[in-house]
Design a protein around this ligand. Sequence first.
Ligand code: BES
Ligand code: ZN
Length: 588
Amino acid sequence: MARLDPHSYADAAQPGTTVLHLDLTVDFAAKQLRGTATLELERPADGQLDLDTRGIDVQAVTDGQGRPLGFTLHPAEGFMGSRLTIQANTDRVVITYATGADASALQWLEPAQTAGGAHPYVFTQCQSIHARSVTPCQDTPRVRQQVQAKLTIPAGLTAVMAAADAGREERGEVAVHRFHMPQRIPSYLLAFAVGNLASEEVGARTRVWAEPEVVKGAAWEFGEVDGILAAAEGLFGHYPWDRFDLLVMPPSFPFGGMENPRLTFLTPTLLAGDRSLVSVVAHELAHSWTGNLVTNASMNDFWLNEGFTVYAERRIVEATEGAEARALQAALGRRGLEEDVERLTKMDPAFTRLANDLSGVDPDEVYSQVPYEKGYLFLVRVEQAVGREAFDRFLARYIERFAFTSITTQDLLTFMQAELPQLAGAVDIDAWVYGTGIPADAPAARSEKLDALIALAEQFHGEAHPEAAALANLDATEWQVLLSLLPSTLPKTTCAWLDEHFALSAKQNAEILVAWLALATRSGHTAVWPKVAETLRAVGRGKYLRPLYTALVGQGDEGKAFAREVFEAAKDGYHPMGRALAAGIVGA
Ligand code: BES
Ligand code: ZN
């Protein structure tokens, strides 16, 4: 037995899947996917094939000729789900199955939960270990497969998938959509959505998909996508995935963005109306190289995906918007890191390491900014030590060397030491990768604007605050940075003053709005509670649920009771991941 990924029952001694064929009916009435998954294996299995499933009802297993194969669906083991053991000596298994009612990768939305209000909607979110609730599979990024999918959906709806579109056929009450993913992908990048979807072309390789009510605004917000793609290709080479389409999700989508190949999923909270949040698009695009081409071998190495991608994202931002913009993003990232290091240190300081051992740990429970921002700082530190030219050469060779493979931290370190021998003695790599907390030599972002914002933040002390005029011309990013730099609580009088002069509670920009509402709530400024409740009912992004619920829960018995009340009213609208996160905070 060779289980190399702590979050999968897949056995590295058994053959890997080379092609996954899905033939599924999307049944909105039953909130169920039903059909078959056919796994083509790289060679015949040697008696036994172990797969991951979660909540899946397995009806039958056969070989490629339809001959039944014996199988055992083992009892579920928490977040790992149920191991499916198939008795097989063949290079093809066909599994007939249906998804469970609470499939953790799926959110089934009632029409009322969509922008249009008239049609149901379903979407997947498979990272990190939820693909197994959509289909039996080797749910580890060590295995890469092509995907062929046939989705049978209600005729009035549209299916989109992180794959090439291979056509749609109307068949009376239903429509059949076919998709094909020619490049081999890890299971966590399996993704589709079905709903009332429209699209608009916004770039040479990009269309924006969204509900018709939202698509115009989305097309404007992401209108700069060609410039972002050009900058990324200038930095990391040819974009290898053909299309870069965008899907704007319903508000319950639990993440800011998800780098599903050829079709990035984005939270609608990016539609700020001023293009101020497009760095999320740069981030998901950057995953096309760091993550989707070079992939973490397991969640122990998640920082390889996210740390490299935040670094790449900030290089894109630097190229498209300049060094000042990059510095402000980095400063925001640093504050987020400091908060999460504090939070995780209380849980277990080991979770503040870049390289981890997450055996027995649910990756969703330890999601934090550490792999992102500590990973970013490590790479900036390395760049600082070797110079940009050498670092860029290293990055290009890293992508080329490991494209379409899944690697561990040790693979990276071995490669790095060979490519950048000058690092030895210059950077304490072990302390960065295996140590806890933020190393003392972490590079700090510097810029004129940032200095000015720091000076401005320092004017908030005690009851004092700057003149309104000093804040009158801040743009969206500057507001985000200023709010992040303020003390964690302010006097209620200062809160009232801020809201009166700058209408922060009425901000469209969700980053500003949520940072403000969390600060005001922590400060005991209960006037914002109704707006907090409204926000928690309207959006399901984990990044916003956490600070708002945490702030409420910190406000004594009354705050806790209010948080529970809001959660009870909002929870049915949340995605399973958002619901679990919020439930953990309010203690429900
Ligand atoms: N791949 C992540 C989202 C993710 C991570 C989903 C782990 C499930 C498990 C995505 O690329 C991401 O990092 N999104 C960020 C936005 C980004 C700009 C930092 C988010 O959702 O906040
Ligand atoms: Zn990411």
